[in-house]
Design a protein around this ligand. Structure first.
Ligand SMILES: Cc1cc2nc3c(=O)[nH]c(=O)nc-3n(C[C@H](O)[C@H](O)[C@H](O)COP(=O)(O)OP(=O)(O)OC[C@H]3O[C@@H](n4cnc5c(N)ncnc54)[C@H](O)[C@@H]3O)c2cc1C
Length: 667
């Protein structure tokens, strides 16, 4: 067999790590990206990357605990073997990035400095100031350039992935892409295609994500038959700067370095926040979750901020919902050294120095836990079989997905600083399996491929031409995008209600219908951004529909998905016997809900383009599900009842310690 050729779509952290690893293994790679790879959205990542390290080990941390935090943080919705493998690789990945030249912050002794992020009690996050994503991306970019010079990698920047090309047996044989400068089309035959195309935040209009995060590539793969997993799980980050054009993130690292979230106890207190005494402030996260304080997982912090502003009426401002994020007690020198990048952003866009005055922040759409469904092969020790072609492969043979565009690692809620790890891990880890999978091709299919590519090219050229001549439609794509974003933000973020979700589904169908009547104002065939945006807007509707349908059908609360009608009740009783009875009832309900809903949502694109939803069991073989309380005040009784039940059933504790996966744990 000739040397395989792999097509990688996307040059963020996931795409660059896969490209680097494939090239190291001797494979030729075509690397396609909408934007120059150094401008990929990964460049925005601020706070850091997680892994166990020598400091946390001294405090009793281990890879197992990182795994446990990730699964617990994700509300047990992710398959456990891939997460275990990722946590095991964490220390090696951070060491590797250090060796590749990432300027991680150092302690005075020269060790890598670490900070604490949400959902853990350990300082597990390595960081390069508050521009960690940029430093990681640039280091990987340098490596890929090295292979470019060697002739192993060919980069195609400003190219748009339009569709995967499948043969008659349904195997992926390459892709059709378009040059965004000349607008010419090109077929890319390949022995395997890896999608590393990031998230789909633009579906929500304004988000913390870059303007290229439209989800177009994933939507195109979905319509070609790839399944989409856990679409309804969208992360809303608790701390962003509200803005008319865009929502700008104030990284969790601000709280990791001591930032405190509070509101005045008097609604809309007009005083300068610095004049409000401690006794007149509510540090509501610290009060409700004393164990984790300001660093509870994002879904919890977001919901609490939303609750304090909307239900308790304690928003700092009357006409704009927001709370204070206060760093003013942290020394200026520490802030500049560790958080300079994000504080400059606040100062630039708000005109206020956050070192002196508390910031005003509010939650914003930030990340998609859902993504293309991918497979894995479990090893006998509970992790993954290295080199298995099943790892990261979608249901379409030969088509892989890695990074934010897969659904594999973060379940119902992603822990901060785990995404950079999952992106680099999935990129590095999948490469040997992708190569092994290339053998499955076959000569006959290769001979057939010119027919397949010609028809793919014709199809895409036709679609493009049809859009270009549509200059007389009565709909404006930018206006439709705004309507879609407003709708999704209103019904499918923090709080979800079935009647609203059902109505929104119908509204999205109608927006999609109107999109078919969109006019393009630019009919030229040279760097036509107007037509590219209109196409990607069309790709947002199938994803919006699967998010809404998945959310509508899931009648429970799990991680980022919260429906008040199905919320677990609080424990109100004070009498011990009654308290116990309520806790027993709570655990009964939790068990019933787990039996019914601890399932991955899998969306398949139906013949009419409508999502067909089914459910798959989640592999919880390494750690049994447990109530997710984070030391919530009043939750102690529930925790106690739950532990008694687990002991009686022989689950957890000793049973877990006998598991082979537990063998290396240092707890
Ligand atoms: C403001 C911000 C801060 C963050 N900070 C952190 C952090 O501190 N720690 C952490 O763990 N996570 C963080 N995250 C999340 C993290 O940055 C992302 O999840 C991660 O970088 C995604 O990387 P990726 O490689 O999957 O995709 P991306 O970096 O988004 O790259 C996608 C690539 O796909 C290409 N592409 C997309 N569509 C097409 C198409 N149709 N055709 C061709 N190419 C295409 C793009 O050009 C790009 O090269 C942050 C996110 C935001 C928004």
């Amino acid at each position: 067999m000739a040397q395989p050729r792999v097509l990688v779509i996307g040059g963020g952290l996931a795409g660059l790590s896969a490209t680097m690893r494939l090239a190291e293994l001797g494979i030729n790679v075509d690397l396609v990206s909408l934007v120059p790879v150094k401008r990929s959205h990964s460049v925005c990542a601020q706070g850091g990357i997680n892994s166990v390290n020598s400091l946390t080990r001294q405090q009793g941390d281990s890879e197992w605990k990182h795994f446990d935090d990730t699964i617990y943080g994700g509300d047990f919705l992710q398959h456990q073997p891939p997460v275990k493998e990722m946590a095991d690789w964490g220390p090696r990945i951070v060491d590797l990035m250090d060796r590749l030249g990432v300027p991680f912050n150092r302690t005075p002794e020269g060790f890598r400095d670490q900070r604490r992020f949400g959902g853990t009690l350990f300082k597990r996050t390595a960081f390069a100031g508050a521009t960690t994503g940029q430093q990681l991306l640039y280091s990987l970019d340098e490596q890929v350039r090295r292979w470019e010079v060697e002739g192993k990698v060919k980069k195609w920047e400003f190219w748009d992935f339009l569709e995967p090309v499948l043969d008659d047996a349904g195997r992926c044989r390459g892709a059709i892409c378009q040059d965004l400068v000349t607008m010419q089309f090109r077929a890319f035959p390949a022995d395997a295609v890896i999608l590393a195309t990031g998230g789909c935040g633009l579906l929500y209009g304004r988000s913390t994500m870059s303007m290229v995060c439209t989800g177009s590539a994933v939507s195109r793969a979905y319509r070609a038959g790839a399944w989409y997993g856990n679409g309804e799980f969208i992360q809303v980050h608790p701390t962003a700067i509200p803005g008319a054009d865009k929502l700008r993130l104030m990284s969790e690292s601000a709280r990791g370095e001591g930032g405190r979230v509070w509101v005045p106890k008097t609604p809309h207190d007009p005083r300068d926040p610095r004049d409000i005494p401690e006794s007149e402030r509510s540090y509501f996260l610290e009060e409700r979750y004393p164990k984790y304080g300001n660093l509870v997982p994002r879904d919890i912090a977001t919901r609490e901020i939303f609750d304090i502003c909307t239900n308790e009426g304690l928003s700092v401002e009357k006409d704009r919902l927001c709370v204070y994020l206060d760093l003013t007690h942290v020394p200026r020198e520490t802030l500049d050294r560790k958080l300079g990048g994000i504080l400059e952003i606040y100062e630039k866009f708000q005109g206020v120095d956050p070192r002196v005055v508390p910031m005003k922040i509010f939650p914003a759409v930030h990340y998609s836990m859902g993504g293309l469904w991918v497979d894995y092969e479990k090893s006998s020790t509970g992790g993954l079989v290295e080199g298995s072609p099943r790892n990261q492969q979608t249901n379409i043979p030969g088509l892989y997905a890695i990074g934010e565009c897969d659904y594999q690692y973060h379940g119902a809620n992603r822990l901060g600083a785990n995404s950079l790890l999952s992106c680099i891990f999935s990129g590095l880890f999948c490469a040997p399996g992708v190569i092994a999978g290339c053998d499955a091709g076959g000569k006959k299919a290769a001979e057939e491929s010119s027919r397949l590519f010609e028809s793919g090219l014709r199809r895409e050229e036709e679609r493009h031409r049809a859009l270009l001549v549509r200059t007389a439609g009565d709909e404006n794509p930018y206006d439709l995008h705004q309507q879609l974003g407003n709708l999704m933000t209103r019904v499918a973020t923090v709080v979800r209600r079935n009647e609203q979700l059902a109505a929104a589904y119908a509204e999205v169908c109608s927006l999609e219908e109107r999109w078919r009547r969109c006019a393009v104002s630019d009919s030229g065939n040279w760097t036509n951004q107007n037509v590219v945006f209109t196409k990607s807007l069309g790709d947002m509707f199938p994803l919006a529909k699967l998010i809404l349908k998945g959310a509508l059908q899931r009648d429970e609360c799990r991680g980022a998905h919260y429906k008040p009608d199905f919320a677990m009740p609080d424990i109100h009783a004070t009498d011990p016997a009654e308290k116990r009875r309520e806790a027993e009832a709570w655990c009964d309900r939790f068990e019933a809900s787990t039996r019914r809903w601890l399932k991955s949502t899998v969306a398949k694109c139906g013949p009419e383009g409508e999502p067909e939803i089914s459910y798959q069991d989640v592999d919880t073989s390494l750690m049994p599900p447990r109530p997710r309380l984070y030391g919530l005040v009043g939750g102690e009784e529930i925790e106690e009842v739950w532990k008694e039940r687990q002991r009686a059933a022989g689950v957890g504790g000793d049973a877990q310690k006998k598991s082979p996966a537990y063998a290396g744990a240092t707890t």
